[in-house]
Write a protein that binds this ligand. Structure first.
Ligand SMILES: [Mg+2]
Length: 361
């Protein structure tokens, strides 16, 4: 099946829920790169890519240049296409913007492969489960005033989520007491029946993470995410060894190698994988398999409309982050029932561009 045409575009997607990003800036719209890949058998695959912050114009150029190279290639030979594109990128071949651009192409090709097989990706790639627990993320952010925590926690609970994440690594001078007080406030606000995770976005030193983390152990978090720099593999291992709360990291890892280092160093109890940073579905599946060999479960970072399929495909898939950033782009987003994403039988990743974006993509 030959690739006959490709089309990359940049679109602006309004935020459904205006929340701050990891740096604290409120985000009301996002530039997203869209990609369509068409084949001589009439099948079309779609993918997207974006970067946090600027550089989207550079990214759309990269996606376009790489995608044009695939014209004439066999759409079903995904690893062959990836090897050709990596060779084109030479010494940039494994991470950074290249991995993000490659991800859009890889996701579109897996979409085509799924459609060609008549199978949804979660089945084509392994088919372990139909439902994937979702966790609410972003609402209980570090910029929220203590006085607003109970109200926002109530709103999140009302949406039926059984797993909810909040932020620590509060702004201002680091204070163990303030961090622990905030964590207890969130715990009391969401109630005992909701499972609670915490994301620090790499804001603590190793020593702070161990000192604060020991106090958080009493709260019973389902994970503590990115307590310190994600590339401090030995430091993360010290934190993981010191705390009973499971430690998770990996969302910013580009390519395969950082995941291997994290696993070999026993830096984490749970790995988080971002389909764009890792370089697409092909690379995501390799990391999940590597983690399985180390008895480690995996969680996805953002883009659940693609990655819930992947969590559902692998035996060590744990949960998918609920982030609606790119939902307005698509029809076919997996629905939420009782806090779980419920996957469909639609072939491929099951998504199509929504009416407002159909002519822009
Ligand atoms: Mg995170």
């Amino acid at each position: 099946m030959r690739i006959t045409a490709v089309r990359a575009r940049m679109v602006t997607v309004p935020a459904e829920e205006i929340l701050p990003d990891a740096s604290g800036r409120p985000v009301n719209e996002r530039p997203i790169v869209t990609l369509r890949i068409r084949t001589d058998q009439g099948l079309e695959g779609i993918g997207i890519a974006f970067v946090h912050g600027g550089l989207t114009r550079a990214l759309v150029g990269m996606v376009e240049e790489l995608a044009e190279l695939t014209i004439g290639a066999d759409a079903t030979r995904i690893e062959d296409v990836r090897a050709m594109l990596r060779a084109h990128a030479a010494n940039l071949e494994s991470c950074g913007m290249f991995a993000v651009a490659l991800s859009a192409i890889d996701c579109a090709l897996w979409d085509i492969k799924g459609k060609s097989a008549g199978l949804p990706l979660w089945k084509l790639l392994g088919g372990v489960r139909l439902r994937v627990p979702a966790y609410a993320s972003g609402q209980l952010h570090r910029g929220l005033a203590n006085a607003d925590i109970a109200r926002v926690a109530g709103q999140v609970r009302a949406r039926g989520f059984r797993h909810v994440k909040f932020h620590l690594g509060l702004d201002g001078a680091a204070s163990l007491e303030r961090e622990v007080e905030r964590a207890w406030l969130v715990r009391q606000s969401v109630g005992k029946d909701v499972k609670l995770g915490c994301d620090v976005n790499e804001r603590w030193s190793v020593g702070q993470a161990i000192a604060i983390g020991r106090r958080l152990d009493e709260i019973g978090l389902f994970w503590l995410e990115d307590p310190t720099r994600a590339d401090d593999y030995a430091g993360l291992a010290r934190i993981t060894g010191a705390l009973s709360t499971p430690i998770m990291a990996g969302e910013n890892n580009g390519g395969l190698a950082p995941f291997r280092l994290m696993l070999e160093e026993r830096s984490v109890d749970i790995l988080m994988i971002d389909v764009m940073n890792v370089g697409g579905i092909s690379a995501w599946m390799k990391v999940a398999a590597m983690a399985e060999a180390f008895n480690v479960q995996v969680v996805s970072h953002i883009m659940p409309e693609f990655q819930a399929q992947l969590i559902a495909a692998v035996p060590n898939g744990l949960m998918a982050e609920h982030k609606d950033w790119t939902f307005p782009l698509f029809d076919g987003i997996p629905g939420i029932e009782e806090g779980d994403f419920v996957l469909s039988e639609r072939a491929g990743h099951g998504l199509s561009f929504s009416r407002p974006f159909e002519h822009l993509t």
